[in-house]
Write a protein that binds this ligand. Structure first.
Ligand code: SF4
Ligand code: SF4
Length: 306
C-alpha cells in the first residue's frame, strides 16, 4: 500500500469526502468536468459555498446590483472560528438545497463563479504557523460519490487546474481577507473583545462595499479620519481599492495597526469629552463614526441564521 493510500485508510473521519492528506500545487490529479458528463450540475444541487469579498464584488457587478442587494437576495451570514468571525454563504433556492444560479444549461454566472466553485474538487487549505506572519497554501482532494469527473481520462497538476480555472487572480485578490481571517482565528482581536458594532463593521468592510462606500462618504468618517484626496477619489469609485482600504481600517480598529491618520481636532475633541488625555484607545476613536452609521444585516442577525 502506498503512503498516500495508507493515509486515506487511516483517516480519522473515513466518511469525509476530503482526502486527508495535504497536497502541493505540483500534485497530479485525475479530473475533467464537461457539459456531457452524466453528473452535469450535480455539484450545484446541494451547496455549502462560502463567499470571499472578491467573489461578492464579481457577482454583484455581474448581476448589476449593489452589494447590499446581493447579500440580501443571494446570501446568508454565518459565524466561523472560535472568535465568531462573520462569514457569508450562498443562500440556496427557496425550499431546496440548489444554487440559485444553476440552470439546465449549467451555471448562469459561470465567468464570475466564486472561488469555491472554481476550486472544486480541490479544497484550498490556508494555514499559518504561530511564528510566521504569512499564510501557506496547500490543497486537499475532494471525492464525492455524485462527482464522476474523477473517472475521466485526464491528468493534470493542481497548479495547472488552478490556472485553467482563473484562480490566480481570485487567490491574489482574496489573500488579504484570508490572512485577516487567519489572524482573527489564531489570535482574536488585540483590543479586548469585539463589540457588536465592531463585528458589524467587520462584516460591512469585508462584504458590503456599496454600504461601506456610503460610510466613508459620511460626515462622521470625514470628521474622524484624515484621508488624502487621491485615496478618497479612488475608494469612492473602485471596489477593489475600497476593499483594500477596508482591510486597513479593520486592522487599525482590531489590532491598532494604524495606517489611516485621525484628524487632529477629532482626537482632541474626543479626548476632551472623555476627560482622559492619556488614553490612546483606537477602537473608541473609530466607534463614534461607526455608531452613527446604520450597519448592515440587522434583520439577518436577529433571525439567527448561521
Ligand atoms: S455559482 Fe455556478 S458553479 Fe457555483 S454552485 Fe452556483 S451554479 Fe454551480
Ligand atoms: S464532474 Fe463533478 S464538478 Fe463536474 S458537473 Fe459533475 S459533479 Fe459537478
Amino acid at each position: 500500500m502506498s503512503d498516500d493510500n495508507k493515509l486515506i485508510e487511516d483517516s480519522p473521519v473515513p466518511d469525509s469526502p476530503v482526502v486527508p492528506n495535504q497536497l502541493e500545487g505540483d500534485a497530479v490529479i485525475q479530473f475533467r468536468c464537461h457539459k456531457d458528463i452524466d453528473c452535469f450540475n450535480a455539484c450545484c444541487m446541494n451547496i455549502d459555498i462560502m463567499l470571499t469579498p472578491y467573489d461578492i464584488i464579481r457577482l454583484k457587478k455581474r448581476l448589476g446590483i449593489t452589494s447590499t442587494e446581493f447579500l440580501r437576495q443571494y446570501t446568508e451570514p454565518f459565524e466561523f472560528g472560535k472568535n465568531s468571525i462573520a462569514g457569508v454563504k450562498y443562500k440556496p433556492k427557496e425550499g431546496t438545497t440548489a444554487c440559485q444560479f444553476v440552470t439546465d444549461e449549467g451555471c448562469s454566472v459561470y465567468e464570475d463563479r466564486p472561488t469555491a466553485c472554481r476550486y472544486y474538487p480541490i479544497g484550498l487549505l490556508s494555514t499559518r504557523r504561530q511564528d510566521e506572519n504569512f499564510d501557506r497554501a496547500s490543497y486537499a482532494l475532494v471525492t464525492e460519490d455524485h462527482c464522476h469527473g474523477h473517472f475521466e481520462d485526464r491528468k493534470l497538476t493542481i497548479d495547472e487546474y488552478r490556472g485553467e480555472q482563473g484562480l490566480e487572480e481570485y487567490d491574489e485578490l482574496g489573500r488579504p481577507w484570508r490572512q485577516l481571517i487567519l489572524k482573527v482565528k489564531s489570535a482574536g482581536p488585540a483590543i479586548g473583545n469585539m463589540s457588536k458594532t465592531s463585528l458589524k463593521f467587520f462584516f460591512m468592510a469585508c462584504y458590503d462595499m456599496d454600504r461601506f462606500r456610503e460610510f466613508v462618504k459620511s460626515e462622521g468618517f470625514a470628521s474622524t479620519y484624515d484621508v488624502d484626496q487621491e485615496t478618497m477619489d479612488k475608494i469612492l469609485v473602485d471596489d477593489l481599492a475600497l476593499l483594500e482600504f477596508g482591510d486597513r481600517m479593520i486592522r487599525q480598529i482590531m489590532y491598532a495597526e494604524e495606517s489611516i491618520p485621525f484628524k487632529k481636532d477629532a482626537l482632541e475633541t474626543h479626548l476632551a469629552r472623555r476627560g482622559d488625555r492619556k488614553s490612546t484607545e483606537h477602537d473608541d476613536m473609530a466607534r463614534p463614526s461607526m455608531a452613527a452609521y446604520d450597519m448592515p444585516l440587522d434583520g439577518d442577525e436577529e433571525s439567527g441564521k448561521s
